[in-house]
Design a protein around this ligand. Sequence first.
Ligand SMILES: NC(=O)c1ccc[n+]([C@@H]2O[C@H](COP(=O)([O-])OP(=O)(O)OC[C@H]3O[C@@H](n4cnc5c(N)ncnc54)[C@H](O)[C@@H]3O)[C@@H](O)[C@H]2O)c1
Length: 450
Amino acid sequence: MDSRRNFIKKTAIVSAGLAMTPKLSFGMGNSKQKLKIGMIGVGYRGINHLNNVLNRDDVIVTAICDTDPKRIEISLDAIAKKGGKKPKVFSKDEYDYRNLLELKNVDAVIIATPWLWHTRMAKDAMKAGKYTGLEVSAANTMEECWDLVNVHEETGTHLMILENVNYRRDVMAVLNMVKQNVFGELVHFRCGYQHDLRFVKFNDGKTGYGKGVEFGDKGTSEAAWRTQHSLLRNADVYPTHGAGPIAAMCDINRGNRFTSLTSTATKGIGLHDYIQKTGGKDHPNAKLKFKQGDVITSTIETANGESIIVTHDCNLPRPYSLGFRVQGSNGLWEVDGNRMYIEGISDPHRWDDASNWLKKYDHPLWQKYGEHAQGAGHGGMDWFVINSFVESAKLNIAPPMDAYDAAAWSAITPLSELSIENNGEPQDFPDFTRGNWIKRAPYNWMKDTY
Ligand SMILES: NC(=O)c1ccc[n+]([C@@H]2O[C@H](COP(=O)([O-])OP(=O)(O)OC[C@H]3O[C@@H](n4cnc5c(N)ncnc54)[C@H](O)[C@@H]3O)[C@@H](O)[C@H]2O)c1
């Protein structure tokens, strides 16, 4: 996957490319049937979602909301360029999104705001009866995890966590292999978020990524809000890019569940070091002590006896990798090194290049839409997650990744924090399904529709 820096550089090219791509037809020519979407938060991520929905012929964007007038302007421009009707705009203050939620001509919302707004906005959206798409991570505290589940159950409104990595091409091919039992009985997984975010956590207040060592009020985009979590929390604050795909493979909340977790954290020196090197020893931020350990390692146990090691590693220089490993009684896949070993097929004790395996088990969705999705962002997976959201919302059915998943995956954050605080003491996961995980059927991931 591209680094974020490259991703942003490419966004302009991609947007231009998408403008020329013919719209995919979803057989919903009748405008009455179009899904009416409200966008809440049109920052760097929200704009990407906006471009992907604008490229569909079964959706209309009827409202947008952001507190930053510049982001509103960019969004209106994008909508106008695609020939869309001007949507209603909400940008008065931080709670203006509630006025958007009152609109009758909004069926569904996509929330891509800073983390501390996620649960509050998702709860309000579900209460307003809007099919809710929520960016990752969904919740920050255990109370918020429960809030998502409780409000979903009280209102009957669906919530989808918009975890795009579940739709990555290699991840979906490996999911296909899991479902076809190529790995045998599953035993162990590794995953995580291993991404040098120093250039995201700090900037000069003008450019999103890459310049300066400011954050908070003096920063822009993610530096304005994300860095504060590193300053004050020693926790895996971004677990779902790794945990989401693995949870789908081992049917978490559907016949299996996360039961407990232990976490350890290294010292945290990376961000301090970056500030000193980039901004100088005398920069006021060089005095700060960041609470977050540079490498946080959590081990999750599941009801079915698997273990999952989840790594959060975002403050040190390193190339990007989500570090996936999927291992069962017949063999394993490791993303690092792009290697596969399946007993009886691979040469004994020797790795296969994974590429041929991934090609052979290419997921039906990628076979069908891969070419179209390529330009949509993050190697194409962003198209699939929005496709899944839109198709589920049109039918008003439970999404592939629901409120229980959002809660269980996001719960890694508060549980890792507690475990680290208590010398790696095991922490139990709540059962967000209230016992129903034993009878919920595994989600049918193996289809070519969404
Ligand atoms: N899935 C992915 O690959 C991926 C990638 C990047 C970001 N994200 C997630 O997307 C979310 C947004 O990230 P981003 O990079 O776009 O950040 P960003 O800071 O660029 O955008 C956030 C936007 O929300 C707006 N906002 C803040 N408070 C608001 C409020 N009360 N009402 C309306 N608008 C408000 C801000 O003005 C800003 O434009 C985060 O949760 C992040 O973790 C996910």
